[in-house]
Design a protein around this ligand. Structure first.
Ligand SMILES: O=c1[nH]cnc2c1ncn2[C@H]1C[C@H](O)[C@@H](CO)O1
Length: 396
């Protein structure tokens, strides 16, 4: 059965690492969760940090079906199994084909407050079940809105949910999830490459909600569109830098190293989303290594979007590891890749020779590179070091 089909039956359950143990249950007590894996697939059964995952690429299929039913929206399939096969990418494709997958279901969730709050809440539950203790989740508020957005996305009729209120509703879902599942969840708001006219809204929303869980700005979408041609993004990133809003940019996923260079030098990105093709420009790569630039690596995603060679033994993260670069392992869009964070870790172990020590190291680097304020970052690092046996526990 597909992981997603199993994910469908997830219920509100026990938080954090205990959830990983459900995969070890046998017989009739076996529960259905997204994090359900055979024991050998859970190769790093310790607290983790995830920095690159899209909320709209991490929705449960059952939730899409439930919301469609409630709203009377037609879908081309009405079981989890069937809808899963409509949505997922099974074979390596292109970034363009991958981005087209969102149109299969975004119209179901967009414009509906209850649906948006639910996906945010369930997202936190799913991450807790994977053993994630800190996550930064990203999305485009415009893609979930149906008013004060031009054009209104996904062929929706005009309604009353603005990008601003989308952020408010997502924040509510995330913080309720944090309380229920005892993990920390923060958000990153995405500008979209093809919609530079939305980018100033995004930086204003980052400013407005910076004390309610929004930690950074991102630029996602089709990388063939550069910023020189679209000054809206550059202006938004300048304002973000001016106001101390953290910045990450999707770059070097399928685009050439020049897009990475532009992200770092023009947009003042502090982290690079993906960044694989940086390796094609050794001078740039060395410069970023020296700067301790963080690369948000998404192994399973990089194969299915066609960003990297499908042979994982040739993956750029192997070079990053060899060079002791600063990087994280992330799911990106687990709905569309029919994946979990465990699959990214087990892929790294099975095909790229990753060890427990490297998993610990990269999670520490991820925590160091997260967008939390310094005090909270220190607490997160302390939590990880204790869990990894690097320091004595301070708990009594
Ligand atoms: O891997 C990606 N590269 C570029 N854009 C992406 C990727 N995954 C998701 N997106 C886009 C589609 C989503 O609707 C948007 C905001 O989450 O970001």
């Amino acid at each position: 059965m597909h992981i997603i089909a199993r994910r469908a039956a997830m219920s509100i359950g026990s938080p954090v690492l205990s959830a990983l143990c459900t995969s070890r249950l046998t017989g009739s007590r076996r529960t259905s969760t997204m994090a359900e894996h055979t024991p050998e697939q859970v190769v790093f059964n310790k607290p983790k940090v995830e920095l690159h995952v899209h909320l709209d690429g991490a929705i449960r299929v059952q939730t899409i079906l439930d919301i469609a039913k409630k709203r009377g929206i037609f879908l081309p399939a009405n079981t989890v199994e069937d809808l899963t096969s409509v949505i997922i990418l099974e074979e390596p494709a292109t970034l363009t084909k991958f981005l087209g997958k969102f149109a299969e279901y975004m119209h179901v969730v967009a414009g509906d407050r209850e649906a948006i709050k639910r996906i945010a809440y369930e997202f936190v539950e799913d991450k807790a079940k994977e053993g994630v203790i800190y996550v930064e989740v990203r999305y485009s508020p415009h893609f979930l809105a149906n008013t004060k957005v031009d054009p209104i996305p996904w062929d929706q009729k005009e309604g009353d949910l603005s990008p601003d209120e989308v952020v408010h509703v997502v924040n509510e879902g995330l913080s309720e999830g944090e309380r229920a599942f005892n993990i920390k969840a923060r958000s990153i708001l995405c500008c979209m490459r093809h919609m530079p006219s939305w980018s100033m809204d995004i930086v204003e929303l980052c400013k407005k909600y910076r004390h309610e869980g929004v930690v950074a700005i991102d630029l996602a979408g089709d990388e063939s569109l550069n910023c020189e041609a679209y000054p809206g993004h550059r202006m938004a990133y300048e304002e973000a830098a001016r106001c101390g809003i953290h910045r990450t940019v999707h770059a070097g996923e399928v685009g050439p190293p020049s897009v990475v260079q532009e992200a770092v030098e023009v947009l003042k990105a502090e982290r690079v989303g993906h960044g694989y093709r940086t390796l094609e420009d050794q001078a740039l790569y060395k410069k970023l290594l020296a700067q301790n630039m963080h690369f948000e690596v998404c192994p399973v995603s990089s194969k299915l979007t066609g960003a990297c060679d499908p042979d994982f033994t040739k993956h750029p993260v192997i070079t990053f590891r060899k060079d002791k670069a600063n990087y994280s392992l992330n799911t990106d869009d687990p709905l569309i890749f029919n994946s979990t964070l465990h699959l990214d870790y087990s892929t790294a172990q099975k095909y790229m020779g990753f060890t427990e020590e490297e998993f610990k190291r990269l999670n520490i680097r991820s925590a160091e590179s997260c967008f939390l304020p310094e005090k909270e970052k220190k607490e997160l690092l302390q939590q990880l070091r204790e869990a990894y046996g690097m320091i004595e526990s301070t708990a009594f």
